[in-house]
Design a binder for this molecule. Structure first.
Ligand code: ADP
Length: 255
């Protein structure tokens, strides 16, 4: 996509040439399109829970809710406002990651310890779903933000539990390699169709919207993970077989 500006060049009132400036605005166009899409997605995602909250509270205010139903109406409001809080938290996190400023808490972080900590926190949640969690590999230290490292591993592990099957498992492996640190979060879940393996990192993209409505989430988790990994100089890639499981592979080169 190009923007063209042309202006004639004169010499003693005679046109002797023409100055043409051609600017490649593809990137800007793309950025503008993504921004527009983002705003429209955010509005839609916020409006859905708000509409429910409005409807439910309206009925309560009009006094047409039976006393027996008050509790379930209250739960409905709590759930929908919880979704909104999660969504707003994710948006704030994404906009922080979009800034170019250097991370303000760069420290040595052992990803094996971080993964151990995340597994401890998610073990009960996984158990409720009949999922076993495992940790494999060895210590490996990178320079980065401890909070972001935690968020990356937590998000990936949470997804690996969420999109798993009954009695499935999640294994986090940390390898300390000569070229850097490799972190793999592998699950035995529903997998990601090949054609969507890159799209899952897009903001608000969810593979199966109907299934996703049952499964909690904002569609922003992997986008946050990808940004956070990039901010610390790493890369993320997906290896998945539909119906069999997913591997998220993160690599941080040695600095
Ligand atoms: P969310 O989980 O909130 O929907 P994410 O950005 O974390 O959003 O993930 C985007 C989509 O990628 C999910 O909706 C899901 O369809 C797919 N996905 C992510 N992780 C996995 C996984 N481990 N197995 C299968 N599908 C996954």
């Amino acid at each position: 996509c190009y923007s063209v500006m042309a202006s004639p060049a004169f010499e003693a009132d005679e046109v002797v040439g023409c100055v043409v400036i051609v600017v490649d605005v593809t990137e800007k166009e793309q950025r503008d399109r993504l921004r527009r899409e983002f705003t429209s997605n955010v509005s839609h995602e916020l409006k859905t829970p708000l509409t429910t909250i409005y409807g439910v509270s309206d009925m309560m205010a009009e006094g047409i809710v039976k006393p027996n139903d008050v509790k379930s109406f209250g739960k409905n409001i709590r759930e929908e406002s919880g979704r909104m809080i999660q969504l707003i938290d994710d948006i704030i996190q994404l906009s922080r990651l979009d800034e170019d400023a250097p991370l303000d808490d760069e420290l040595p972080v052992d990803l094996f310890d971080t993964a151990h900590d995340v597994i401890d926190r998610l073990r009960d949640h996984a158990k409720e779903r009949g999922i076993s969690l495992y940790l494999d590999g060895e210590s490996s230290v990178i320079t980065g933000s401890p909070a972001l490292c935690d968020e990356i591993i937590y998000n990936l592990c949470e997804n690996a539990i969420k999109y798993n099957k009954e009695n499935g498992s999640v294994t986090i492996t940390v390898h300390d390699l000569r070229e850097g640190t490799e972190l793999i979060v592998e699950d035995t879940g529903i997998g990601i169709p090949y054609e969507y393996r890159n799209r899952v990192f897009e903001r608000f993209f969810r593979v199966d919207k109907s299934h996703s409505q049952v499964v909690d989430g904002t569609g922003l988790g992997l986008s946050i993970v990808k940004h956070a990994v990039a901010r610390m100089g790493g890369t993320i890639e997906v290896d998945s077989v539909e119906g069999a499981g997913t591997k998220m592979i993160i690599r941080f080169p040695r600095k």
